[in-house]
Ligand binder design. Structure first.
Ligand code: GLC
Length: 438
């Protein structure tokens, strides 16, 4: 059974691997290379084809801009199955954008630090992998420096995102209050996503107008970070994004230590790390809710909603024991009923919860992977095991979908897998989960 499932997962990855040396998240729906997908995908490859794992990472980092920025989508090929494509994004407006690849002018969570660390673990600390890491690590470091030097608006160690797509949690209810502060024009365009996936599982047309408008604002300023920070209607500190940065800082510090001779870089990362952890706890923790929350910089207020992102600081190691205990309590009470799979992407007790709609409720395997490791880090082994088992069961019962219904008894559909099918990171992380035990 286990072997069969792994073989099916391998088939998903192999089918999605492209000649250009990258892997698409899902055929039709996502036909290019995505930043954080690439990292998770590399972990799946690493268990059976180290060469492909390395190529995936190399190709992504090859698309880095001169200022250290790594885009959220690299448009390696032409495809008309996706909107908005390169012609809409026009990232070449930025003077330091890649001359080699077309891309978007926005980014995604910086997973590559901890991905390199995990690759080394999977390859049992081999010299060959260390050598590979020594060739790639400075690019990942440059990406972190880019964030701290250009995206830390208040110089507090917290990085802002200027677009909901930068969070990776595209249509989370988190952004609803921000949409209310905007009134974008009605764009005329042809949606492509809804020709692949049922519209009830995707964002609305009006939500898309907001997404496109923010890009237009960034384009107006040629993707200049300082101007975006001043003018973007969307400017948010995301606990998920910042936790991932902190966890990747930690990995880079460790890897540079292993490589030797990088004292300056280590010192830089350590000083930023301290500040980031301090500010994450001071600014993004909400004591009343017992959870980390997003902070709307434009309107200077916390966004008091609980999502799976709220618990990802566990993975970063930032919370003290007491906060970790509170987080776990909140997770169990609100998300962890016996009738539910862990972990819904949005608070199931909230009126905005929607079990079928993308980031407004369904379970995502990459979030579960981070939560599993985070729970283990703090000694919550049993709950961590439940998150892992739930992930395995969801994939086993439904297939390699993009996201899953968290209700164990699902009255709406026979198959509780939604969104894109044969989705790469669901396959890759399933392999990582299963191989961890062998
Ligand atoms: C969706 C997800 C995002 C992911 C992308 C490609 O946009 O919200 O997190 O990176 O698909 O899989």
């Amino acid at each position: 059974m286990r072997e069969k499932l792994i073989n099916r997962a391998i088939k998903v990855l192999e089918d999605n691997f492209q000649d250009g040396g990258f892997t698409i998240p899902s055929k039709g729906l996502y036909p290019f290379q995505w930043k954080w997908d690439s990292g998770f995908i590399a972990l799946g490859f690493a268990h059976y084809d180290l060469k492909k794992a390395k190529i995936e990472v190399e190709t992504l980092l090859d698309a880095q801009w001169e200022n250290g920025f790594i885009p959220h989508i690299v448009f390696h090929t032409d495809s008309d199955s996706y909107f908005p494509g390169p012609d809409f994004h026009q990232s070449n407006l930025h003077p330091q954008s890649s001359k080699k690849y077309r891309s978007t002018g926005m980014t995604q969570p910086p997973v590559m630090g901890f991905i390199l660390e995990r690759l080394l673990e999977i390859d049992k600390g081999s010299d060959k992998m260390l050598e590979f890491i020594s060739k790639q690590i400075d690019k990942v470091y440059a990406n972190h420096v880019y964030f701290y030097e250009n995206r830390d608006w208040k110089n507090e160690g917290l990085i802002y995102i200027y677009h909901n797509w930068e969070s990776g949690t595209d249509n989370s209810p988190m952004w609803d209050d921000i949409w209310l502060t905007m009134n974008p024009p009605e764009y005329e365009f042809e949606r492509r996503d809804t020709s692949h996936v049922d519209a009830s599982q995707r964002p609305s047309k009006r939500e898309y107008d907001h997404y496109l408008y923010i890009i237009d604002v960034a384009k107006k300023y040629n993707y200049d970070d300082a101007k975006i920070a001043e003018h973007s209607p969307f400017l948010v500190l995301d606990p998920l994004f910042n936790s991932i940065l902190i966890r990747s800082n930690e990995a880079l510090i460790k890897l540079y230590g292993l490589l030797g001779g990088n004292d300056e870089r280590i010192a830089y990362l350590k000083s930023k790390q301290q500040k980031s952890i301090q500010s994450l706890n001071a600014k993004l923790y909400n004591d009343e809710l017992g959870a980390y929350v997003h902070f709307d910089l434009r309107n200077n207020r916390q966004i008091p909603y609980i999502s799976s992102s709220s618990f990802t600081p566990l993975y970063s190691g930032a919370p003290d024991k007491e906060k970790a205990e509170r987080l776990v309590k909140t997770m169990v009470q609100k998300f962890g009923g016996e009738d539910r799979y862990l972990c819904a992407s949005f608070d199931p007790t909230h009126e905005k919860f929607n079990p079928r709609k993308y980031w407004r409720g369904p379970v995502w395997i990459n979030m579960n992977w981070m939560l599993y490791h985070g729970l283990k880090r703090y000694g919550y082994d049993q709950l961590g095991q439940r998150v892992k088992n739930d992930s395995l069961e969801l994939v086993k019962n439904n297939g390699f979908f993009e996201y899953f219904d968290s209700r164990k008894a699902n009255p709406d559909a026979e198959n509780s897998g939604y969104g894109g099918d044969n989705f790469s990171w669901s396959a890759a992380l399933l392999i990582d989960f299963l191989k961890e035990e062998s």
